[in-house]
Design a protein around this ligand. Structure first.
Ligand SMILES: Nc1ncnc2c1ncn2[C@@H]1O[C@H](COP(=O)(O)OP(=O)(O)OP(=O)(O)O)[C@@H](O)[C@H]1O
Length: 505
């Protein structure tokens, strides 16, 4: 049976390299190798600074005989004894390992870390996440010993639910605050598939590419993936690549050294460094210049980079989530996006459907958003809480929402502000739509209502004929050519047929 080791990194581990000792974590790994039952994966939690964690993990890898995948997570704690902070981290870690490695035997190393960290391990392995426990200690000659540790008592059986509820850990409160997949509204089949995929991806710590039209919630999804990952307690750094000024892009992403260019008054940590231990979200990735694409590829391969004006390599343990509304395959074919970079970014691909393909989710989204809008506007003078009439819902469901969730949100906000009554009806929504609607309705995807086709064609014909006559200062032959007609007579026929007012040119 495969097995994985889970452990905090303690003081003796961090100091092991300097002290010439093994430290508890390495001792446990080597002990398992000696017993011919090595670990297949190792997961480390650490509340020391990320530089110490990195150099420790590098050192640890050098000390083991076999190549074992090691994942590490830097957990910032206000105090190493902060039970209320340690509990959700450890609980989440165990839950994710259980989901990711259901067939592995879990081995928890109790010794490294503070008494609070050990207490939480014991609490969780004796209740929700049964695991084998080991401990290690150093004898007076400096030899490190590793043993299995039996815990011969049953917390769940011996304490009633009531007792746990009253315990100082306040378990349910802490669990309830886990923000996994918060903010993603949607029960449609398409959105369920998105959420299932995203949850799986969240615990894998691989690069994820989120595709979807503008405003479909790509950033919301990226944040949810971060919140459901082992990196949830570190930073989520969101960068819009399309908004990076060309001359500053490199320094914003990779940082710069003081004096690297005019205005660089002090060292600056770029987004990659800021995301160390956490998640970097690169939105509009298709907008990256060829030079930055090459640099990004190198950072993804080596996890290290050099800030502008510096010679020092910086390492950063970030997880990359990128997003785009563009068709990257087209960009690759056109030579505008590196194919090798695409494969690096797209280990996991999640496609967010446009709102018009989410079925009943539109109503659900509208209700959720109106609820949020009501809360936001509650303090405003004379504001009364709004609800949507059923015709309002039906009208919303018929719109194409090319701007997706963002457009729906903005239209509801406008309607909520403009409408005095407590009910928002279809006319209020219609009035709050931006004029683009006229164009978007021209070629709808569905015909929910009857339509006067000759009227629509007449309006289009009138519009183009007027433009052509205006451009050509009333010269019918030239206007006919502009419109693709082979003679001015054809144009005259159209003008008559669609009653175009030539005098308005
Ligand atoms: N499923 C959802 N449930 C609730 N709100 C959502 C959902 N998806 C998106 N939103 C809201 O819609 C707005 C747009 O979302 P977001 O910025 O994530 O879209 P995007 O696809 O990243 O947009 P862009 O392509 O312009 O970068 C935000 O206000 C967000 O809170």
């Amino acid at each position: 049976m495969k097995k994985n080791l889970i452990s905090w990194i303690g003081k003796h581990d961090i100091n092991a390299k300097e002290s010439g000792q093994l430290g508890p974590v390495l001792a446990a790994i080597l002990d398992a190798e000696d017993k011919n039952s090595p670990y297949d994966a190792i997961h480390l939690l650490c509340n020391y600074p990320s530089e110490s964690l990195h150099s420790y993990v590098i050192w640890l890898k050098e000390q083991t005989y076999r190549e074992v995948p090691i994942t590490s997570c830097q957990v910032p704690l206000s105090s190493p004894m902060a039970y209320e902070e340690i509990y959700p981290v450890v609980s989440n870690q165990l839950s994710q390992l259980q989901a990711t490695y259901p067939d592995y035997q879990r081995v928890v190393h109790l010794s490294p870390g503070t008494p609070a960290m050990t207490a939480i391990w014991v609490l969780l392995v004796k209740t929700k996440y049964p695991s084998v426990c080991i401990e290690s200690w150093r004898d007076s000659t400096g030899i490190q010993h590793v043993h299995n540790r039996e815990l011969p008592f049953q917390i769940s059986a011996e304490f009633t639910l009531e007792a746990i509820k009253n315990a100082s850990f306040r378990l349910e409160q802490i669990e309830g605050s886990s923000p996994s997949f918060e903010g993603i509204t949607g029960n449609s089949k398409a959105m369920q598939t998105v959420q299932e995929r995203a949850k799986k991806m969240a615990v894998r710590d691989v690069s994820v590419l989120v595709l979807g039209e503008t405003g479909t919630g790509k950033e919301v999804l990226a944040k949810a993936i971060h919140n459901a990952s082992l990196r949830q307690n570190s930073r989520f750094v969101a960068v819009n690549c399309g908004a990076l000024p060309e001359d500053l892009a490199e320094s914003l992403l990779f940082g710069h050294k003081k004096g690297a260019f005019t205005g660089a008054h002090k060292d600056h940590a770029g987004f990659f460094e800021q995301a160390d231990g956490g998640t970097l979200f690169l939105d509009e990735i298709g907008e990256l210049s060829p030079l930055l694409q090459t640099k990004l590829l190198r950072v993804l391969q080596e996890k290290e980079f050099t800030p502008v004006g510096s010679e020092k390599l910086i390492r950063s343990d970030f997880r990359l989530i990128s997003a785009t509304h563009q068709n990257l395959t087209d960009l690759i074919e056109e030579g505008r996006f590196r194919e090798d970079l695409f494969y690096r970014l797209a280990i996991g691909i999640i496609k967010l459907p446009p709102v018009r393909d989410r079925g009943d989710d539109i109503s659900l989204l509208a209700n959720t958003m109106l609820h949020q809008i009501n809360e936001e506007l509650a303090d405003q003078p004379d504001y009364c809480k709004k609800t949507l009439t059923s015709k309002g819902h039906a009208f919303i469901a018929r719109q194409p929402w090319l701007g997706n969730v963002r457009e729906l949100n903005a239209s509801l906000l406008r309607a909520a502000i403009w409408t005095d009554s407590a009910q928002i009806c279809e006319h209020d929504i219609e009035a709050s739509l931006i004029s683009r609607r006229a164009n978007t309705q021209l070629l709808p995807n569905h015909l929910h209502e009857s339509v006067d086709l000759s009227d629509v064609v007449g309006k289009v014909a009138g519009h183009y004929i007027s433009l052509a006559l205006k451009e050509t200062h009333g010269n019918k032959a030239a206007a006919a050519r502009l419109l693709g007609f082979n003679s001015s007579q054809v144009l005259t026929n159209w003008i008559t047929k669609y009653s175009v007012d030539e005098s308005s040119q």
